[in-house]
Design a protein around this ligand. Structure first.
Ligand code: PLP
Length: 336
């Protein structure tokens, strides 16, 4: 299952979904039903699971677009089943992450009611699923406990008369590091765009480039930007880049730099909403020159560098890329 929620982690949901399906993905996963409907409008026809939404409100749209809904509680189940739309449902068990899912002590009742609703034709139970909390530490005993809790939950679902077609438990890290949790489907999000949490040798899919708009010389002691927060110690060339925090450059990333032909140009002063200034020293940087802000070209900052500068994770850097950043997709999926 290619997980393309949040605009495929900022990479563009439709092109990423199309590339994933062309490469063999048989399911798509999103958070909200609106995200699923956008994929349907773009012509994607594989099964899509949406896992977090106001399920009562979205059930009609989900039924007509054949979007599968996750159900975690009796209230959600009743709200969907009551509409008698034969919505496809994946029952989610909380096997220990304690974020979403049906608590273990309510599971027997949930699967019994789901089985009854299915016999009445009100819903179709297609899947049973859960999520691992410690998958990025494969040896952590939580993983084994969650697999066992999931198997026990599956046995109860079957005893209630349910025959789910798909059982699924892990995202990228679990798919790589916890083989016994792979089951029928793995839900690959981070891995799809090359976020490598588990040393699997994944390559980033995205490179963020921009062009220098203006350059100027400033002399030793001059300040740059709001409050003159960037103060230069020597005469230097400073270059203006048209990317700011509205475009996903974290305002807190004070030690960041960008790459001009492999040379590091440090950020100078505050990140503005629409722009940043970088220190080019005495390099012959000119308006129109390309600068690599993030990506896998040689000498460029990696997403992990930005994540460190901003004290966050690559996922937040990618999903923070704003709507003004033009996404251009190459056809090969970067197979180089
Ligand atoms: C985001 C998400 C995934 C994808 O996980 P990755 O670690 O990004 O591969 C899978 N399952 C659920 C429930 C998610 O929310």
């Amino acid at each position: 299952m290619a997980v393309v929620k949040a605009d495929a982690f900022g990479h563009g949901a439709v092109p990423v979904a199309k590339a994933a399906v062309a490469a063999g993905a048989t399911w798509l996963g999103v958070c909200r039903v609106d995200e699923a409907l956008a994929l349907r409008s773009a012509g994607l026809s594989v099964p899509i699971l949406a896992w977090l939404d106001d399920m009562a409100a979205v059930a009609p749209a989900a039924a007509s677009a054949e979007v599968h809904l996750s159900v975690s509680s009796l209230a959600e189940l009743e709200a969907v089943a009551r509409q008698r739309l034969a919505v496809r449902v994946h029952l989610k068990l909380d096997t220990g992450m304690h974020r979403a899912g049906c608590p273990v002590d309510r599971w027997v009742e949930l699967v019994a009611r789901a089985a009854r609703a299915e016999r009445l034709g009100a819903i179709r139970v297609v899947g049973v699923w859960s999520h691992l909390s410690h998958a990025s530490s494969p040896a952590d005993p939580h993983n084994r406990r969650q697999v066992e809790a999931f198997q026990a939950g599956l046995a109860l679902a079957e005893a209630a008369g349910l025959r789910p077609e798909v059982r699924h438990l892990c995202g990228t890290a679990g798919a790589v590091g916890v083989p016994e949790a792979r089951l029928d489907l793995v839900r690959i999000g981070a891995g799809l765009v090359g976020i490598d949490e588990v040393g699997a040798g994944l390559r980033p899919a995205l490179t963020l480039r921009t062009r220098v708009l203006q350059v100027r010389r400033v002399v030793a002691g001059d300040g740059v930007g709001y409050d003159h927060a960037g103060r230069v110690k020597r005469t230097t060339t400073v270059a203006l880049l048209p990317l700011g925090y509205a475009d996903g450059i974290p305002r807190c990333a004070r030690s960041a730099w960008v790459s001009w032909h492999g040379h590091r140009l440090p950020l100078l002063g505050r990140v503005s909403m629409d722009q940043v200034v970088v220190d080019a020293g005495d390099l012959p940087v000119r308006p129109g020159d390309e600068v690599v802000v993030l990506g896998r070209s040689a000498g460029a900052p990696r997403v992990e560098d930005w994540a460190r500068w901003a004290e966050t994770i690559p996922h937040e850097i990618y999903t923070g890329l704003g709507p003004r950043v033009v996404r251009a997709h190459t056809g090969t999926g970067g197979a180089q």
